[in-house]
Design a protein around this ligand. Structure first.
Ligand SMILES: [Mg+2]
Length: 231
């Protein structure tokens, strides 16, 4: 069968999901258990505290003026560094610190406890070249769940998972932008905006993104368990 160029391009667009590895490789162990899709930075790994220390060691600091990296990383002259410089510092950070980042309080214990009753998938916007380092860190903390690196909004990836897996879905992320993206693509996915870092929480003017807001893993477990029992 031959395809026109236009058809071939649209077929390609359907198979590219901006994840590594491709989501088609995802295997769900127990289809009767609901599935939790869990972010990594700031949800499992204590990103901001590690990143702030890394900035200090590079004569930079974070100004905590808003919920974004852009505009908040200042040099020793108190001037915000450029987007290119931010990209570079993030790349260096992941290169040097991915395997040594500490965990968010109760993350490992809670996820391992939830794994008795839920399937767990980790979906993290870490640059693809650091996939193996992150995998190593997850194994180190006994969190060897299926792990996918993602690029850009996560809504498309979650929608794709919802096609592979028909059961109840949960999504946990610290980014309002990602929670919005998921709700936009798959309305029925239960979402938790989870911000455990107190300084970040103070910068959130609006916490009403998605279905639930939480600032501890204890609360995440409570929300997920209660909702499940009510189904
Ligand atoms: Mg995150």
């Amino acid at each position: 069968m031959s395809y026109s160029k236009k058809e071939r391009l649209s077929n390609l667009a359907l198979t590219l999901h901006n994840t590594f590895p491709e989501l088609d490789t995802l295997q769900i162990n127990n289809i009767h258990k609901p599935l939790i899709i869990c972010d990594a930075d700031e949800v499992i790994f204590d990103f901001m505290n590690s990143f702030e220390k890394f900035l200090h060691s590079n004569s930079l600091h974070f100004s905590w003026n808003s919920y974004a990296l852009d505009g908040n990383i200042l040099n020793d002259k108190k001037k915000a560094i450029s987007k290119n410089e931010i990209h570079e510092i993030i790349q260096n950070f992941f290169k040097k610190k991915t395997t040594s980042m500490e965990l968010v309080k109760d993350a490992s214990y809670s996820l391992r406890a939830l794994a008795d009753r839920f399937n767990i998938v980790i979906l993290s916007n870490i640059p693809f070249q650091f996939y193996e380092k992150r995998k190593k860190a997850l194994i180190k903390y006994n969190l060897n769940f299926p792990f996918f690196a993602n690029k850009g909004p996560k809504g498309k990836a979650v929608k794709h998972i919802s096609k592979i897996y028909k059961g109840d879905l949960w999504f946990i992320d610290d980014s309002p932008y990602q929670v919005k993206s998921v709700k936009l693509e798959t309305e029925k996915t239960n979402t938790i905006l989870f911000i455990s870092n107190k300084k970040l929480e103070r910068l959130m003017n609006n916490k009403n993104y998605g279905d639930f807001f939480s600032n501890t893993w204890k609360k995440n477990v409570q929300i997920i368990s209660t909702r499940k029992n009510n189904l």
